[in-house]
Design a protein around this ligand. Sequence first.
Ligand code: ME8
Length: 542
Amino acid sequence: MNLSENRKSFYITTPIYYPSAKLHIGHAYCTTIADSIARFKRLAGYDVFFLTGSDEHGQKIQTAAAEAGVTPIEYVDRIVAGFQNLWERLNISNDDFIRTTEDRHMKLVQEIFRRIYDKGDIYLGEYKGLYCTPCESYWTEHQLDENGCCPDCHRAVQEVTEKAYFFKMSKYADRVLEYIENNPDFIQPVARRNEMINFIKQGLEDLCISRTSFDWGIPVPIDGKHVIYVWFDALSNYLTPIGFMDDQEKFNKYWPADMHLVGKEIVRFHSIIWPCMLLALDMPLPKMVYGHGWLVVDGDKMSKSKGNVVDPNLLIDEFGADAIRYFLLREINLGQDGNFSRDALIKRINSDLANDIGNLLHRTLSMVTKYRDGIVPAAGEQDEIGRSLIADAEKTVADYEKNMEAYSLSDTIKLVWAFIGRANKYIDESQPWVLAKDETDKAKLDTVLYNLAESLRVSAVLISPFMPQTSPRIWSQLGLDGVKAFADVQLDEIKSWGGYPADNHIGTAEPIFPRIETDEEKAAKAEKAARKQAKQAKKKQQ
Ligand code: ME8
């Protein structure tokens, strides 16, 4: 029997991003969260499918392309290549990248349209509505903000009248409400769930799903004058790469999705419109829609006009992908808004990465080299502090799994770092340099060195969902490449103590995170140098 057939599957998605504005650190935030969850699930033995992609149709794109003097597809091709490059640089482990302009997706959307139309849930009507072009959303009067503007972006809306196809969403409102109420985990966090319940209780209107005023979209299969637009097109992406049209076995494995991870402002589309569409298709509903918070920069929402858009590529150039990933995941509680600041990033790199994990690795490898010629000895009998370190490691792994299963990423990182701190303290408590002076009981120092190497083996695995580049580097420095390729390691292998093979030779030590000078330190240094120069100049004059 093929073991992989029995593995639990896990299907996770990010939103598909608009190739309109420049990619910023907010997009990187969303994708990094999804990547860490996907990596954790793989580590825990799940068969994971992780999807991200780009949402390429709509009036905004058509207009932007015309302004740039290129065709819409030329326009999006260039921007989407930039997305893909960024995900590669951030080590995003997506299993597929869906573009809504691909044939496979366009066919699927048309098929969905046909099925729902044949069922009688799509009809041609006339739309008189208030449309927000930047958000590509129609709003009703009572949904507008206090100034009569778009409730999302607060810009002016326009009144539009046109023939359009409508999806009978109102027909499914009660069933979606019932699903939300019967499945407390469906919408996370709970504040978003309450908002959605209130939204449905105000009454759902049918959804306008086609337009005739532009043509950059998927043609309505029964009426060539119309293109399908925005949410009906975009949401269907989640069905495209998992075999909806062509591979029933694959489809049954991954559907319903386990987690649609989205920004808080699009929870509504995912937890109301999407379930209505799926109900119309007689399909099971996703298990969870998780709304993460927004990343603000120095306390302010990123926007081009404010000039505070942080470019993730420049950050990666300067600090490396893992430091950025670590910062985003450690600093912000999933579901809440979080602040990005360069200062805070440098402080975290210096304290948590260069200092805590960097020092633990450096101190351990130096001592194994100095005292045991680079060979990690077998452990002797454990004393009380050794036993407490081991108990701590085992508890950390157990708590880690519970916290990750609950998507408490920041809390999980904190407990891994508490363990790394514990291991550093173990060095201070056991004082290997004192033990090395008197080697009458050689086993004592052997035990300490073994415990440290094993603590690092455990830590390398624990940090791998967050810092996928750093873990294999630690693994390699521990001399474990020849024992097992890091990519094949599973969480089960660190659940009990003692997996580091005794008498193994460590690899080549090198710093994993050099300390970074803060802007304050740089300024202080420059000031000191200027003072010195002035002093010397004065002396010369005398
Ligand atoms: O909404 N902080 O695309 P999008 C955190 N195409 N997340 C942020 C953010 C920030 N500062 N700025 C943007 C769309 N995001 C649709 C989705 S899905 C079927 C269709 C997040 O490019 C935002 O919250 O405008 C959203 O989840 C994602 O980026 C994509 O935004």
